[in-house]
Design a protein around this ligand. Sequence first.
Ligand SMILES: NC(=O)c1ccc[n+]([C@@H]2O[C@H](COP(=O)([O-])OP(=O)(O)OC[C@H]3O[C@@H](n4cnc5c(N)ncnc54)[C@H](OP(=O)(O)O)[C@@H]3O)[C@@H](O)[C@H]2O)c1
Length: 294
Amino acid sequence: MKILLTGANGQVGRSVVMALSNGGHELVAFNRQALDIGSAAAVSSAVQGAQPDLILNAAAYTAVDRAEEEVEQAYRVNRDGAAHLATAALELAVPLLHISTDYVFDGSREGHYLESDTVSPLGVYGQSKWEGEERVREILPNHLILRTSWVFSPHGNNFVKTILRVAAERSELRVVDDQRGAPTSAAGIAGALLQIAEQLQTEGETRWGTYHFSGNPYVTWYDFALEIVRLGQVAGIIDHEVNIHPIPSSEYPTPVTRPSNSALSCERIEQHFGIVADPWIAQLQRVVETLQSR
Ligand SMILES: NC(=O)c1ccc[n+]([C@@H]2O[C@H](COP(=O)([O-])OP(=O)(O)OC[C@H]3O[C@@H](n4cnc5c(N)ncnc54)[C@H](OP(=O)(O)O)[C@@H]3O)[C@@H](O)[C@H]2O)c1
């Protein structure tokens, strides 16, 4: 299978490149410099030129707070870019695997969010991602949208790297403990997307639609930070005691309010594809070891 990948320098993009580096499938990978998904002409030309069997969109505008200032740019990438890719996929009659976010929800639900639950994004990023989802649904029947949450990896910017960096410098940390969600490794997302791509190729195209995929169990940022610091100490990245204090979100104001609960129910992807995420702690251990070896 020939896969066209966008956003190849991002957390998920890099993980897809790594997962495919052992062969098996042909990969045509574009980073932002090589393909700006906000340009309809560039997307059409790249897709027509590569003639892939499937498109995987890992490109996105992901700066949640900055999106409130850079509204146009967020929509250009997350809504219009998704639409351009769906249009190009339709023209070539190939499927699109697209990634979306738990931040389409406002967090008011008790328990896990289902794919069919009503969305209510709290900021520009979440709204632009939701509108991107909707464009994909309108344009291309053969789409699969994977919503995920709290992505971490050894690359780019993420909570794991921030906590390790700050904890290496300080002995006191304050971390929010009234927002719950599920940390998810980029490697796990890449693995799930590739399993889906293979199943769609060999078993037909009956399972299009929207799916949730995240690590388990769900926790607060505070719980997550405790585990990151513990593993950082085991790996020798942090060489001192660190006191982590739980605080409410009101003591850590951000331009965009985060959902207080963004736990995603992942039953549908298990039923339709037999895919179950690894516990995030095992993936976290791998990421911390990778960072330690650098
Ligand atoms: N990160 C999270 O916690 C999280 C949570 C839930 C869902 N998601 C979703 O998961 C997906 C992957 O996220 P990620 O964590 O891998 O994000 P990421 O590390 O920020 O990667 C996104 C990539 O997209 C690229 N990009 C930005 N604008 C572009 C454009 N106009 N054309 C082409 N590429 C462009 C970026 O390029 P540069 O490297 O040049 O900036 C970056 O490499 C996204 O759909 C995101 O919305 C992420």
